[in-house]
Design a protein around this ligand. Structure first.
Ligand code: ATP
Length: 327
């Protein structure tokens, strides 16, 4: 049982085999705007110290879900608990939040902006300035400490806002589309920052419409489309939902061995492509060798999160995701 004022019994209505304590547990979250359901029954479980992604196209309900988790808006139905508290406002000092709409006071100096954001989460200003300076230096922005926000590049200003999100040393960091608007170098820096937070035991949850960010960083994802979550769980389990793909190249074109190829085999040029049979590749290899197929090459490729997303959320959602990522 969790202790502390306002803490409640865990929800525990969503399957959870992990033994780590939970940072977030949400069950059956529903939110409508003007009679339209923006979020329609979302279940999410995030263990402490995990990096977790909320992955879906624009308008899928990611921001609304994060806002409900943070207590910025209340769900119409369902429960959410953060570190066991069903009123996340009560533990605002444990949370860092980077909203989708970025914005700092343009006339404020970088170090002051960080200290100010810390003060909003209960950190004394003097301590915020000290930590702000350290953070800026650690992220190669020490030279910009006295520059005003309007004098910074967009990427630098975004980094300053992120540092302001972290300055009070939250235990849970919620980032809404943190990669959008960043160039490749700053995206790489942000990835490293997220990883090092998790190594320190901080829980990070972020929304994205870019599959490879979720695939590279997250141990768990909630796939969200049209306000529903058709999958929430580990990235590995999502990938395992789809059989690995085999690519085979043979010297012989025909022969009795072709009968051993699985039903879904398709031929493209010199290659055969098919799903890895449940029995594995060994019985097939035996048939190919005995039938003198003459194996020139054979590779087995595990499905990526993209294939899993297509299988789980459908072609239409995957196409929308790709269009969002390009725009
Ligand atoms: P995006 O990345 O484009 O913001 P999202 O997945 O974060 O997409 P949400 O912002 O949660 O999606 O929006 C989900 C749906 O709810 C959209 O149709 C949006 O127009 C609607 N919506 C969100 N907030 C409000 C609001 N305050 N009032 C009315 N409709 C809203």
């Amino acid at each position: 049982m969790r202790s502390g004022k306002g803490a409640s019994e865990p929800v525990r209505t969503v399957a959870h085999e992990d033994t780590r304590p939970l940072a977030i547990e949400a069950c059956g979250l529903v939110k409508s705007f003007d009679g339209t359901r923006a979020v329609d029954g979302v279940d999410i479980i995030v263990p402490e110290g995990a990096i977790y992604g909320v992955l879906g196209p624009n308008g899928a309900g990611k921001t609304t879900t994060l806002r409900m988790l943070l207590g910025i808006i209340d769900p119409d139905e369902g429960v959410r608990r953060v570190f066991g508290y069903d009123r996340p406002h009560d533990i605002g000092r444990l949370i860092g939040y980077l909203p989708e709409e970025r914005g700092l006071y343009p006339a404020m100096k970088a170090v002051e902006a960080i200290a100010f954001m810390g003060a909003l989460r209960g950190l004394p200003l003097a301590e915020g300035r000290k930590r702000g300076l350290e953070l800026l230096e650690r992220h190669d922005l020490g030279h910009a400490k006295d520059r005003t926000i309007r004098q910074l590049s967009k990427g630098m200003a975004q980094t300053v806002q992120l540092l302001g999100t972290l300055v009070h040393r939250p235990r849970l960091v919620v980032l809404d589309e943190p990669f959008s608007g960043l160039d490749a170098i700053n995206q790489g820096k942000l990835e490293r920052m997220i990883r090092s937070l998790a190594e320190e035991g901080v829980t990070v949850i972020f929304s994205t419409h870019v599959i490879h960010h979720a695939e590279r960083l997250c141990e768990g994802v909630a796939i969200i489309a049209g306000g529903k979550v058709p999958y929430a769980g580990s990235v590995e389990t999502a990938r395992d939902r789809i059989p690995a793909q085999v690519r085979l190249e043979t010297r012989a074109r025909e022969g009795s061995w072709t009968a051993a190829l699985p039903e879904d085999t398709r031929r493209e040029g010199d290659f055969f492509y098919f799903s890895l049979p449940e029995s594995g590749v060994e019985p097939l290899l035996k048939s190919l060798i005995e039938g003198e197929a003459g194996i020139l090459s054979l590779s087995i490729e595990r499905a990526g999160l993209h294939d899993a997303f297509v299988a789980i959320a459908g072609e239409a959602a995957a196409r929308q995701l790709e269009a969002d990522a390009q725009s």
